[in-house]
Every structure is written in structure tokens, then in C-alpha cells.
Design a protein around this ligand. Structure first.
Ligand code: FE2
Length: 280
């Protein structure tokens, strides 16, 4: 080596990392803003809402998805599909689009929160029966005890699904909390890394409650099993269409915060953010 060689001038690229509510985010870019500025105040507040004290990892695993990462991330953004694809939710009165709630969307469109307000009176309300909804079934769980959550987050929000562009998701359903990392593994393959968490101070009963409620969300979850398959169905379908394309604008072109989940605004936000960063 010449005498002019200085080791400190040849270090690998530095990974910027930051700890936000116990979650570690990293970037190789010196230009991305701080994470709270990146997601904006509304989304940041909902991260803090769930990660309100130090966490304990309850378990983790990786799920292989047979589709492009964008189809999964779009699925997370799609607030319509929760009660259409996941019939467990409306069948057992866990969540309906008629429950209160809404979408919070970051200024760039890329990050979002979908939240519903628990409606304990829903089952008793006559309107479902009068409307004869196909999900207004007589099916009941023989053991519904695992669905019973306890107040924890200081409000009556459940579920809350939160995404940070391009590949980070927090899911909270009752007392079940899970982080998902979306890792592209090729054009037609994605890995989802799931990490279930509890919090410091949980007693054995709370840990058992969280673990039982983990049965709702996950690769074999009562609610979200379908998400692991539907991306593959969509990818096979659109591949057959070659260069054809179709656009159905159900609710205009904006991607802004709204007080209803009956909108595809978060999906539009995702594609706005994607196109902006990809320059297309
Ligand atoms: Fe889903």
C-alpha cells in the first residue's frame, strides 16, 4: 500500500440506524429524513400507540409468498378486502366496514394506518339482520374466549394495521401485536418475516392471551391465511393478460386521510409513492 493509503477513508457504507419506540430502522442513504418526519405525525403517533413500552419477542417465523412484494404491500393497504376476503371478521362480528374508523395516510402516500373502532353493540343491532347480509350467519365459535381482549392501548381501536413504505407493517388485533418485514426474493417471490411481541410487565395470563390471539393473524391465521394465497392468484391472473391493462377508479385519485375505511386511498398512496421513487 502506498503511504498515502488511509484505512479510515475506505470504510464500508455506513448504515444509519435509529430506534423509534423500540423498533430499529436503518437506511444506507444520508438523505432520507428522520423516521418520524418520514412517516409524518399521524402515522408516528399510531406507532407509539402500540409500542408504548419496552417489548419482549414472543416468537418469529418466515412465510414464503408466491408473488411479487408489491402485491403483498398493496394488500396491506387495501382496507376493502379485510371484510370481503377474510370472512372470519364479519362472520364473528370482529370487524365490519360499518364500524367507525378510518385511514391515516402520510403526505407522500407511502405510509398509512387503517383502524377500526370496536363496536360491542354490533351483534345486537338489528340492521344487519334486516339487510340480510351474506355474512350475517348463525355461525358462532364454540370457544370464543380467545377473542376476548383486555383494554390496553387507552382507546377502543381494534384492529389497527400500519404500514411504512416500502416494506414494514405493524398489526394490532385486540392484544395481539405483530411486526412484519416484507423482503423481496425475486420477481415472483417474497418472504414475510413475522415477529410477535409482548411488553415488559406482561403476566403469564397476558402472554397466554397474546399467544392465543396470534391465531388470528399469520400464515395459518383465522383472519389472514387468505393473504398468503391471494397474491399468487392475482399474479398468475395478471401474467396471463400480457400487456393488457385496466384501471377502475372507484373513488377518485387522491390519497389523503379519511374517516372511513371504505376507500382505496391507501392503495393509491402506495402507488403514488412507488412511482415517485421509481421515477415512473
Ligand atoms: Fe388481509
Amino acid at each position: 500500500m502506498p503511504k498515502s493509503f488511509a484505512l479510515e477513508e475506505h470504510s464500508p457504507r455506513k448504515l444509519r440506524i435509529t430506534n423509534f419506540s423500540g423498533l430499529v430502522f436503518g437506511s444506507l442513504s444520508d438523505e432520507v429524513p428522520d423516521i418520524e418526519d418520514y412517516v409524518g405525525p399521524e402515522v408516528a403517533a399510531k406507532v407509539r400507540r402500540v409500542f408504548y413500552k419496552p417489548t419482549q419477542v414472543l416468537g418469529r417465523f418466515t412465510q414464503a409468498l408466491p408473488n411479487n412484494w408489491k402485491l403483498y404491500f398493496e394488500n396491506v393497504k387495501d382496507s376493502y378486502h379485510a371484510t370481503l376476503l377474510h370472512l372470519f371478521l364479519p362472520t364473528f362480528n370482529i370487524s365490519r366496514l360499518t364500524n367507525g374508523g378510518g385511514l391515516l395516510i402520510s403526505d407522500d402516500g407511502g405510509s398509512h394506518v387503517s383502524y377500526a373502532l370496536v363496536d360491542p353493540e354490533a351483534e345486537a343491532r338489528a340492521e344487519y339482520k334486516e339487510q340480510g347480509l351474506r355474512t350475517d350467519s348463525e355461525y358462532r365459535l364454540r370457544d370464543p374466549s380467545f377473542l376476548k381482549g383486555v383494554p390496553e392501548f387507552g382507546d377502543n381501536i381494534s384492529p389497527q394495521i400500519l404500514s411504512i413504505f416500502p416494506g414494514f407493517v405493524i398489526g394490532q388485533v385486540e392484544n395481539s401485536v405483530v411486526v412484519r418485514q416484507v423482503l423481496p426474493k425475486g420477481v415472483r417471490a417474497t418472504h414475510l418475516n413475522w415477529t410477535y411481541v409482548g411488553f415488559d410487565g406482561d403476566d403469564a395470563e397476558m402472554t397466554r392471551r397474546r399467544l392465543r390471539q396470534c391465531n388470528l393473524i399469520g400464515p395459518a391465521g383465522y383472519v389472514s391465511m387468505e393473504d398468503g394465497a391471494v397474491g399468487g392468484f392475482v399474479q398468475r391472473g395478471i401474467t396471463q393478460a400480457g400487456e393488457l391493462s385496466g384501471v377502475l377508479e372507484m373513488g377518485g385519485g387522491e390519497a389523503v386521510t379519511t374517516n372511513t375505511r371504505a376507500t382505496e386511498a391507501a392503495v393509491r398512496g402506495f402507488w403514488k409513492a412507488y412511482r415517485s421513487r421509481m421515477g415512473i
